[in-house]
Write a new protein. Structure first.
Length: 342
């Protein structure tokens, strides 16, 4: 476990609501670190509908999920948040009346004065592929995320999938791996056409292998893979040497460790005080789709409103000695200086 990172607030979730929380907290001189299980910011917007139009952001008639994420990232630049991507928060515990300890599955530890859960409907978690006997290999030689590319150096690597994640990691890991094989059930890929073209060029050059079919059997012992059998559409089976496998079968939403953090959940959601969006635990907030209250609407704009009220209350925990004076960005030279526009 690493040395604790000290910060004012830890935000769990880097979707639109979590990103806007950075802005609202930043206006109040509150520093933030964000943790997200995905390998990029944007949450559902980035992962599920990056190119899908969104029509209900106030004063923005049409914007894509990707466009909204980019705009929010630009908006929070003055506050220099720190992101910890590809990690999941596993525990939240009180150190004392004023501080929390937050731990991730990647071994990071934070000491913080407040915690904001902005995790949407829960955490995105990888779908397990339908391969018999895969469980003993998970987290040993079967991995659902790439934390360090160097972990796959000089290995016989098998990547399974046909979407953007499978193709992105194929292109990134091919120069590192001893030999890389990509397996997809059909010779038609959902990923970006440019990346499909790059992958096919590597195959044509003999720099990697492409197999059309499905992994039907794994070989190995003690959690370490040695090979995989791939069944083609015509029923023929071939064997590939494998040291490590990366299956990319998409993501599913699960409440995950949130369910074990001591909340009285209601329909797998966290009840909050609508004046502060504080949970039943002082200093611990929930905003966005993860929370519930009478009249709750699961809209991005609702999450933005919740982030603004949350920040006002969080100031009490982070700067208890300071009186909070409400200011408008349109008229406050102090806030405009923070934003770099004055």
């Amino acid at each position: 476990m690493s040395e604790a990172i000290k910060t004012d607030v830890v935000i769990i979730g880097a979707g639109p609501v979590g990103l806007f929380a950075v802005f609202q907290l930043g206006l109040l001189d509150i520093k933030t670190h964000l943790v997200d299980i995905l390998d990029k910011v944007g949450g559902q917007c980035a992962e599920l509908y990056p190119e899908k139009p969104i029509y209900d952001i106030p004063a923005v008639p049409l914007i894509t999920g990707h466009g909204l994420t980019e705009a929010l990232m630009e908006q929070i630049k003055p506050f220099h948040p720190t992101f910890h991507l590809g990690e999941m928060v596993t525990t939240i515990e009180h150190l004392d009346a004023q501080n929390f300890r937050v731990t991730t599955d990647g071994g990071k530890v934070f000491e913080t004065k407040a915690v904001v859960i902005a995790a949407g409907g829960g955490s995105f978690q990888p779908k397990r592929p339908p391969i018999a006997g895969i469980e003993p290999y998970e987290n040993k030689s079967v991995h659902y995320a790439v934390r360090k590319m160097d972990a796959f150096r000089d290995k016989n690597l098998l990547i399974v999938g046909g979407g953007d994640s499978a193709l992105d990691w194929t292109l990134n890991l091919q120069p590192v791996a001893k030999r890389l094989t990509l397996v997809h059930r059909r010779d038609d890929f959902r990923g970006a056409p440019a990346n499909v073209g790059k992958m096919r060029a590597l195959v044509a050059a003999g720099s990697m292998d492409l197999k059309i079919g499905q992994v039907c059997e794994l070989e190995g012992a003690g959690g370490q893979l040695t090979g995989a059998h791939i069944k083609a559409a015509d029923g023929t089976i071939s064997r590939v040497e494998v040291d490590a496998m990366l299956p990319f079968f998409g993501l599913t939403m699960k409440l995950g460790p949130v369910a074990n953090w001591g909340f009285d959940l209601k329909d797998e959601l966290i009840p909050v005080d609508t004046g502060t969006f504080e949970t039943s635990k002082p200093g611990l907030f929930a905003i966005g789709d993860i929370n519930t209250y009478p009249g709750k609407m699961k809209l991005i704009l609702s999450g933005f409103h919740e982030a603004a009220l949350m920040a006002q209350r969080a100031h009490h925990y982070v700067h208890p000695e300071k009186r909070l004076v409400f200011q408008y960005t349109t008229s406050s030279t102090n806030l405009q200086k923070k934003l770099g526009v004055k």
